[in-house]
Ligand binder design. Structure first.
Ligand code: SF4
Ligand code: SF4
Length: 199
């Protein structure tokens, strides 16, 4: 339903997944007409509902992203949201299991290589690793899981994130996946230009 400058949708348990799946169409409709999106659930604006339900959380971020009309600001918002979800997952699951700065893959291979993926043959130590901490917010590094982890069933799937799945093209998803060792500002620039550059 249209109400002045808004597209208004009333969500409920039955229709919420349908609307998530139609995010691209809703985004296009709002963008082409310069409309804001207002999503209600039980007569409350979704962003005002304090609920851990995954679909509601997805719909809240979708609404916020659609309502940011400047493309660069929208991409920045999406980037930060995905990074905060990935940071939490990495912290909670601790799947690289660093001990004395040696990750699980290297410990299992009885190798004393330090710094995990932040140091490798050829590239050496990443310039962005300072005092054991990454100084940039590189989404591709956060998404990476090595073969060793994948053989253990640990893999990040970028398309699990609705803000990626429905807001970016295949090429832009490749930019997010493969721009290793790259600062956020540069990745955003690539997304805006829709141009993938091999690192
Ligand atoms: S992704 Fe694999 S190689 Fe890289 S730090 Fe984690 S366990 Fe080590
Ligand atoms: S950019 Fe990637 S490789 Fe470099 S320090 Fe950060 S996480 Fe490590």
């Amino acid at each position: 339903m249209r109400d002045n400058d808004n597209l208004v949708i009333s969500l409920n348990k039955t229709n919420i997944k349908y609307y998530i799946k139609n995010t691209r169409k809703i985004k296009k409709y709002c963008d082409n007409r310069n409309l804001n999106l207002k999503l209600f659930y039980d007569n409350k604006l979704v962003s005002e509902i304090n609920n851990e339900d995954a679909d509601l959380k997805d719909m809240t971020t979708i609404m916020k992203a659609i309502n940011i009309k400047d493309k660069s600001e929208r991409f920045n918002y999406i980037y930060d949201m995905i990074c905060s979800v990935l940071d939490l997952k990495i912290k909670e699951e601790n799947y690289c299991e660093f001990k004395d700065n040696i990750c699980i893959r290297d410990r299992e291979n009885q190798c004393d290589h330090r710094n995990g993926c932040c140091e490798c043959n050829g590239r050496g130590l990443c310039q962005y690793l300072v005092n054991g901490k990454c100084q940039i917010n590189c989404i591709s590094c956060k998404l990476f899981t090595c073969k060793f982890l994948e053989n253990r069933g640990i893999k990040q799937n970028i398309n699990d994130h609705v803000l990626v799945k429905y807001f970016f093209s295949h090429k832009q998803i490749d930019i997010l996946k493969y721009s290793f060792w790259t600062p956020k500002e540069v990745i955003i620039e690539r997304l805006l230009k829709n141009k993938y550059v091999r690192p």
